[in-house]
Ligand binder design. Structure first.
Ligand code: FAD
Length: 472
């Protein structure tokens, strides 16, 4: 073996997967076909649940929050005048420290993930494309221009056009809607204030009848989205025309990146073939409406990362089967909500849609590690909320080890887990009965709850360790 896990693709999904492995001391090589990191803004909305998932990865969320912004007001220009809408979002609460999506260009999010990964000793190998692969009972070998590389497992996080998926022969089921196209570009311009997300019109017939210009934080650029296209290539001259039509003082200065986006709604029927896994856009693509793509990829990577690490350190391989079982229904749901949103006004969302797209309510309750019992508080498979504990919080204490056990009884010991003694606040949030013990999974979902013996028995096969493991 050249390494324990190869991750193909250093987008947000592959970077998160590599980080989840590297910080647990697993040998990982992260290969990316592109000569350099991608510089376009693409996914500019980091959802609340992603911020929670990345918080456990050692301070990543604090760094992202310092760069991004929330509550950006919207200024709509319509036939009946200009209307300002205050920025949407909720105030933090003790159980949800990041309730509002964070605006940040995707390249910045990736940059922060790369910096954190480098702290764990892994640097993406740019310009190393996975051209082919062969898998057997003992591992997988990928073919690259720098020679064959062999590992126990391969994670295909190589985007919508995934070579890994194609080489596995896994169909990408769904449809491409050529008629639903828009131009997306990062531009510099003058004549508009950067304190609003400026939006004109709504999806309708007529070339460029809707235009959105969003100032990107931590960057001098704006993300332009506009459609429907006419038969011209949306080059710099067309972009200058679109921008210039916004007002007498509005002028395009430069174009840093531009792309034509087509609606693709596709997903695979299985995320795993033997030692090879698919994650992120390689497994599911859909409309950017609702800002779900990057976030769902990060969720895949976090779900898979701890499971791969556990199995490589001696836990039964059957744990890996829970990856498809837990994540495939999530992708199916995301395809539904993003298609629903892209069919209407892309930005006008109901409170219920905002809640759905925050991904805070995603649950694995119906999965193989979940439980459908209806007791009070979060049940096995549900998101584990934050809560104050002493002078710390559940989320901060979760950074100490993979498994966290919450209990009101200071005498409880559970091998392989950090035991956190819940005071009144955490006991209320989790509806913990006196003497009840609750285990939180490494990815921040409730694992199980019950008496101490039952929790120890449930956890033992999932924490078996071979060799040294660390959590950085
Ligand atoms: C206009 C637009 C707006 C969007 N807005 C949002 C948003 O607000 N929120 C959101 O969550 N998502 C959004 N998305 C979607 C988001 O950008 C994607 O879902 C996200 O980039 C997927 O991440 P990924 O890591 O799975 O794949 P990618 O980001 O596509 O990364 C794949 C990587 O694999 C590499 N690669 C490809 N082939 C190979 C190979 N054979 N070997 C090795 N490496 C390879 C590529 O170079 C690339 O670096 C938007 C997308 C667009 C286009």
């Amino acid at each position: 073996m050249d390494t324990e896990v190869i991750v193909a693709g250093a987008g947000p999904t592959g970077l998160t997967a590599a980080l989840e492995l590297a910080r647990r001391g697993i040998g990982v090589r992260l290969l990316d076909a592109a000569p350099a990191p991608f510089t376009g803004s693409r996914g500019k909305g980091l959802q609340p649940r992603s911020m929670e998932l990345l918080d456990a990865v050692g301070g990543v969320t604090d760094r992202l929050v310092a760069l991004g912004r929330t509550h950006l007001p919207v200024r709509r220009y319509g036939p009946d005048g200009v209307h300002d809408e205050p920025g949407r979002g909720r105030e933090p609460t003790p159980d949800t420290p990041w309730p509002t999506s964070l605006l940040l260009p995707q390249w910045r999010t990736e940059q922060v993930l790369r910096e954190r990964l480098a702290e764990c000793g892994v640097v993406p190998e740019q310009g190393v494309r996975v051209d082919d692969l062969t898998a057997d009972d003992h591992g997988v070998t990928v073919t690259t221009a720098v020679g064959p590389i062999r590992a126990r497992y391969l994670v295909g996080a190589d985007g919508g056009g995934s070579t890994v998926r194609r080489r596995l022969g896994i169909p990408f089921l769904g449809e491409t809607r050529e008629e639903m196209r828009m131009v997306v570009a990062d531009v510099e311009l003058e004549g508009l204030d950067r304190e609003h997300w400026h939006q004109w019109g709504s999806p309708a017939p007529g070339a460029y009848s809707w235009v959105a210009l969003c100032p990107l934080p931590a960057s001098p650029t704006w993300q332009l989205q506009a459609g429907p296209l006419d038969d011209r290539e949306p080059d710099e001259a067309v972009l200058a025309e679109i921008v210039g039509a916004r007002g007498p003082r509005v002028r395009l200065r430069s174009v840093a990146w531009r792309s034509v986006w087509r609606l693709n709604v596709r997903m695979v029927a299985d995320y795993r073939v033997g030692p090879v896994f698919l994650a992120g856009d390689a497994a599911h693509v859909h409309s950017p409406a609702g800002a779900q793509g990057m976030n769902t990829g990060i969720g895949d990577a976090v779900n898979l990362g701890w499971k791969l690490a556990a199995v490589l350190r001696g836990v039964d391989e059957a744990l890996l089967d829970t990856y498809t079982a837990e994540r495939l229904p999530i992708a199916a749901g995301v395809l539904g909500i993003s298609t629903e949103l892209s069919g209407g006004a892309m930005w006008a969302r109901t409170a219920e849609q905002v809640r759905t797209t925050s991904q805070l309510d995603l649950s694995y309750r119906d999965g193989p590690l979940g439980s459908s019992d209806d007791g009070p508080g979060p049940r096995p498979g549900d998101r584990a909320p934050d809560a104050p504990v002493g002078d710390s919080t559940v989320f901060l204490r979760r950074r100490e080890a993979d498994w966290t056990v919450l209990t009101t009884d200071a005498g409880v010991e559970v091998p392989g887990a950090t035991v956190v003694v819940a005071g009144e606040a955490a006991a209320t949030t989790y509806a913990l009965a006196p003497g009840e013990v609750l285990a939180i999974r490494p990815d921040g979902y409730v694992g199980t709850r019950g008496d101490a013996d039952a929790v120890r028995a449930w956890l033992a096969p999932l924490t078996a360790r071979r060799g040294t493991a660390r959590v950085a």
